[in-house]
Design a protein around this ligand. Structure first.
Ligand code: GAR
Length: 192
């Protein structure tokens, strides 16, 4: 019997990358299943996407905990129950501490809407436009402590057209994020 890896997905919002991973995991030959979704926001639309797919999904809001450490400990406790082989950040908009990351070294992936190391952080599409860049894209990387930092596993490039604006460029990038993340997870699980 083939072993399928257990993935936990962490989100903060819409969950379109989560939806892409859910769809991929529905195929019996995809090397993973999603065992838990954790959001730091109760109103994250991705929670409904997970629950509709029959996946256990929980919200742990930062404001319900006194400290960042308490919040992360609660998340770690949830993760410990499912023992994930891989944790996928899919629009999770908090920086994880070194202590958190040390529990899953090399096993936390993030997708980010820029060609890292360019434009970590927010407003990546507008920043690429403002800089007059001709290309933009998205990256999947292993998570290290700094914001949107760590070894890059996969990138995909889109052209910036002269008539692109923040919305059109953002749509273009989001469209390729989904396939990139699904492929990057497959590659990482294959040891690549
Ligand atoms: C995606 O564009 C993802 O790359 C980005 O948040 C969006 C989440 O969309 N992540 C970051 O900016 C991480 N620094 P989604 O909830 O529809 O997947």
């Amino acid at each position: 019997m083939n072993h399928r890896a257990n993935i936990a997905v962490m989100i903060s919002g819409r969950g379109s990358n989560l939806a892409a991973l859910i769809k991929a995991c529905a195929a019996p030959d995809y090397p993973a299943i999603i065992v838990k979704v954790i959001s730091d926001r109760r109103d994250a639309l991705g929670l409904d996407k997970a629950r509709s797919a029959g996946i256990s999904a929980i919200a742990l809001e930062r404001r319900d905990f006194a400290t960042k450490t308490d919040h992360e400990t609660a998340i770690l406790n949830e993760l410990e129950q499912v023992k994930p082989d891989l944790i996928c950040l899919a629009g999770y908009m908090r920086v994880l501490s070194a202590e958190f990351i040390s529990h899953y070294p090399g096993k936390i992936l993030n997708i980010h809407p820029s060609l890292l190391p360019k434009y970590p952080g927010l407003n990546t599409h507008q920043r690429a436009l403002d800089a007059g860049d001709k290309i933009h894209g998205c990256s999947v990387h292993i998570v290290e402590e700094a914001l949107d930092a760590g070894p890059v596993n996969a990138q995909w490039v889109v052209d910036i057209d002269p008539d692109d604006n923040e919305k059109s460029l953002g749509d273009k990038v989001l469209n390729i994020e989904h396939g990139l993340y699904v492929d990057a997870v497959r590659k990482v699980l294959a040891g690549g």
